[in-house]
Design a protein around this ligand. Sequence first.
Ligand code: GLN
Length: 242
Amino acid sequence: MKLTIGHLYPDLLNLYGDRGNICCLRKRLEWRGIKVQVKAVCSGERVDFTGMDIVLLGGGSDREQALACRYLKKEEKNFRDYVEDAGVVLAVCGGYQLLGKYYKTERDRIEGLNILDIYTEWEPGRLTGDIILDSPLCLNPVVGFENHGGRTFAEKYQPLGRVICGHGNRENCGWEGVLYKNVMGTYLHGPLLPKNPELCDFLLERALARKYRGTIKLPELSDEPEYRANHYMVQRLTSKYF
Ligand code: GLN
């Protein structure tokens, strides 16, 4: 078995270690003896979604997001077809916002890719800090870090999780991220996947099931250091908040 991962515009969208998500996807495949190819698509290059099994879009500043969106607009239809055909996508923060209808920044409006029926509007005061979620995809709490000025309205979809501490899509809305088909949109940097191996395996199993047509259960890995780090953060943050 083999998966191909497309890392879109790493030269523009790569905040707070988003690249670590690629390392995590790669390593967890290799540890199970599954081949993996990572294709980085840099600014100005066209994206060929036909050969991709997982697509990663990271976060960026408003300026870099606007540039990335200009390139992605040329791929809008192919990207939408990929998503509707159950292609796996992890879109973090700026990348998550770009999947929606628009992102109204402090000064401009960036037209999104219309892949998700969500929209984002900037408000003063950034939503920054460590965040914990309770997600139906994981037995353990999901741990991450958020830093965004945009507030996302995503009520039409199942969220990635309920916010236990932190902000999520908007302050006081109680929900974080979006799950649609095999798209995971989220504000969680960190990077997300090494901090939450269950989410990584969820994406890998979905990609393998799509490509090899069937239910795939990956063999367990020990993940002991990962869960020690996860539990440490949960302890630290919940004792601060409650
Ligand atoms: N520029 C966007 C915002 O501030 C996204 C930031 C990010 O990707 N961390 O909301």
